[in-house]
Design a protein. Structure first.
Length: 123
């Protein structure tokens, strides 16, 4: 459970970093600081800020925000796909090392030990 939460946090941080990097410096000069701050945070903030601006400024603010969001989403999806592929190769590699028919459960191992002949000592 903790590992999945750490994974979500790491991917979310990666997505946020990519989004902020992509959107930095893409704001029109006529846009107020409050609107650029909202745009920097989320796509929803960019949509809300662009709705309060004139059409040409709103579009100039919203298009880079959408592009940055798409880039961030694609980066997170790509990293996730690579991680799944690597983990699949590791799982196949580890599972392939055990010969077929050698898998035992703890109960089977206990039964084998209980049925074994006691060791005799040569005293």
């Amino acid at each position: 459970m903790v590992s999945s939460q750490l994974g979500f946090a790491a991917l979310g941080s990666l997505g946020t970093a990519v989004h902020r990097h992509q959107i930095a410096g893409s704001f029109p000069a006529a846009v107020k600081a409050e609107a650029t701050e909202a745009t920097r945070d989320t796509l929803a903030g960019a949509t809300a800020a662009s709705a309060q601006l004139p059409d040409h400024l709103g579009a100039a603010l919203l298009v880079p925000a959408r592009d940055a969001f798409n880039d961030a989403l694609n980066m997170v999806a790509g990293v996730s796909a690579v991680a799944v592929a690597v983990l699949a190769v590791v799982a196949v590699t580890l599972l392939r090392r055990r010969p077929a028919g050698t898998a035992t459960t703890p109960a089977e191992e206990y039964a084998d030990e209980a049925n074994a002949e006691p060791a005799t000592s040569d005293l």
